[in-house]
Design a protein around this ligand. Structure first.
Ligand SMILES: Nc1ncnc2c1ncn2[C@@H]1O[C@H](COP(=O)(O)OP(=O)(O)OP(=O)(O)O)[C@@H](O)[C@H]1O
Length: 378
C-alpha cells in the first residue's frame, strides 16, 4: 500500500493545511456532507495566498494542495455519491462494449533522447503522440494520472468517446488500451488503462495541434481571419454540441483548452472537442458535484479554474443541456470580446445567466446566431 508523507510544520507538528486536508478527506471518505471549518487566520492566509499576498501558509504549496483536494473530492464524489452513477441507459450499453486496442497496436513516438512526445496535459492526464499500427494513423494516447483515475472513470471516458463516434466534434476513437499491472510504457506514473483517439491537428499536413487558447495567442495561425470566420466557427461549435446532446450526452467541461481548432484547405477554421472526462448522460446523471455544504463561493475559491462551469453544477442538480449552454457562453463571450464582435458578445452574455431558466436553449441560440450571420453577410 502507498504510504503518504504528512507535511509537517517547522515546530514538528502537522501544518494547519495538512490537518485541514486530512479532515476534508476523512469527511468525504465517510460519505458525509461536511461543513469545513477553517480558522480565521488560515482562511485569511488562504485569501491572501489567492490574491498573491504573503500568507503565513506557503502559497505555492497551498494552491497545489487546493487543486489536489478539489480534484480528489470530485473523484470521490463521483464514485460515492450515487452508486448507480453509471447506470444511465445511454452510456451503460457503451460501457459493456468498449472498443479495445492491443498495446502492440500502438507505437509511441520518441524524441531524440528517447522520451515520449507529449501533446498536452491537464489535471487528469497527459496525452502522447503515437501511431496506430493497423491503420498507420497518427493518434493521441491519453494516459491518466494514477492518483486521480479509477478504472471506472477511464472506462467511462472511453465509453462516451465510443458513443459519440461519428459526431462532428468528437475525435475518432481507436480504443481503450490496457498496459497491464506493470504499466508497460506508462512506467508506473500512469494508470494501466489509456485511451486512444485521433490526433486533432491544425492541418492534415502537420502534426501541430492548437487548442483555442493557444490558437488565440498565436498570430501566424490566426492571421487573416475575419469576424465572419469566427462567427462560422462559433456556429459550428454550438451545432456540434447540439448534435452531442441529441446523442443523450452533455460535455460539461467546455473550455478554451478542450476546444481544438483545425483549418481546412480553403483557410476556414473548424472546432473539435477533446476531453470527455466530465461528460454524462443528459438529465440523468449526477456528475462532479461536491456536497451541498461546499458552497459555490468556497468552490470557486478552491477551483479557481472552474469559472467556465455553470453554478448549479455545484448544487446536486440533475444534469442538463443548460450546463453546456453556460460554458459555451463563457468561452464564446470571451472570444467575441477579443474579436470585438459586440452582437455575439451580447448574445453570449445571456448564456451565462446564473439562473439556468434564463439561458437560451441551444436551438434558440443557433437561431439567433444564424440571424447575426445573415445580417453580417447582407
Ligand atoms: N486527440 C487530441 N488531439 C490533439 N490534442 C489533444 C488531444 N487530446 C488532448 N489533447 C491536448 O492535450 C490537452 C490535455 O488533454 P485533456 O484535456 O484530455 O486532459 P485532462 O487531464 O482531462 O484535462 P483537464 O484537466 O482539463 O480535465 C488538451 O487540452 C489538448 O491540448
Amino acid at each position: 500500500m502507498k504510504t503518504k508523507t504528512r507535511r509537517v510544520s517547522s515546530l514538528g507538528r502537522p501544518s494547519v493545511w495538512a490537518v485541514m486536508k486530512q479532515r476534508v478527506r476523512s469527511l468525504f471518505c465517510a460519505g458525509k456532507s461536511p461543513t469545513i471549518s477553517i480558522s480565521t487566520a488560515a482562511s485569511e492566509s488562504l485569501v491572501q495566498g489567492m490574491n498573491g499576498g504573503n500568507g503565513s501558509l506557503r502559497t505555492p504549496d497551498l494552491l497545489r494542495d487546493i487543486a489536489d483536494i478539489s480534484l480528489q473530492i470530485s473523484l470521490d464524489t463521483i464514485e460515492s455519491l450515487k452508486p448507480g452513477f453509471l447506470s444511465s441507459a445511454t452510456i451503460d450499453d457503451d460501457l459493456k462494449n468498449i472498443k479495445e486496442c492491443s498495446p502492440a497496436d500502438i507505437e509511441f513516438d520518441r524524441d531524440s533522447r528517447g522520451r515520449l512526445v507529449e501533446i498536452g496535459s491537464g489535471g487528469f492526464g497527459t496525452v502522447f503522440l503515437a501511431t496506430h499500427r493497423p491503420t498507420g494513423d497518427v493518434v493521441a494516447v491519453k494516459m491518466f494520472k494514477r492518483k486521480y483515475s479509477s478504472d471506472q472513470r477511464i472506462r467511462r471516458e472511453a465509453a462516451v468517446l465510443g458513443h459519440l463516434a461519428g459526431t462532428k466534434l468528437c475525435p475518432e476513437f481507436y480504443g481503450l488500451v490496457d498496459y497491464g499491472a506493470d504499466g508497460g510504457v506508462a512506467e508506473g506514473r500512469f494508470a494501466h488503462l489509456a485511451v486512444v483517439t485521433e490526433l486533432v491537428r491544425f492541418r492534415k499536413s502537420t502534426l501541430q495541434c492548437f487548442d483555442l487558447k493557444k490558437f488565440s495567442q498565436t498570430y501566424f495561425a490566426r492571421r487573416g481571419l475575419t469576424p465572419q470566420d469566427w462567427l462560422n466557427f462559433s456556429l459550428e461549435l454550438v451545432e456540434g454540441v447540439q448534435e452531442i446532446h441529441e446523442k443523450g450526452v452533455g460535455v460539461f467541461d467546455l473550455k478554451y483548452e478542450n476546444i481544438m481548432v483545425t483549418r481546412d484547405r480553403q483557410g476556414a477554421i473548424h472546432p473539435r472537442i477533446v476531453d470527455f472526462g466530465a461528460a454524462c448522460a443528459l438529465n440523468g446523471d449526477k456528475p462532479m458535484m461536491p456536497p451541498e455544504r461546499f458552497s459555490l463561493e468556497t468552490l470557486r475559491a478552491l477551483r479557481h479554474d472552474s469559472v467556465h462551469l455553470a453554478p448549479e453544477i455545484f448544487e446536486h442538480g440533475v444534469s442538463s443541456a443548460a450546463w453546456d449552454v453556460y460554458s459555451l457562453g463563457h468561452v464564446l463571450q470571451d472570444l467575441a470580446e477579443g474579436e470585438k464582435m459586440e452582437d455575439l458578445k451580447f448574445l453570449m452574455g445571456q448564456c451565462v445567466a446564473d439562473d439556468p431558466a434564463l439561458r437560451p436553449s441551444l436551438a434558440l441560440l443557433l437561431q439567433e446566431m444564424n440571424a447575426l450571420s445573415n445580417a453580417d453577410m447582407a
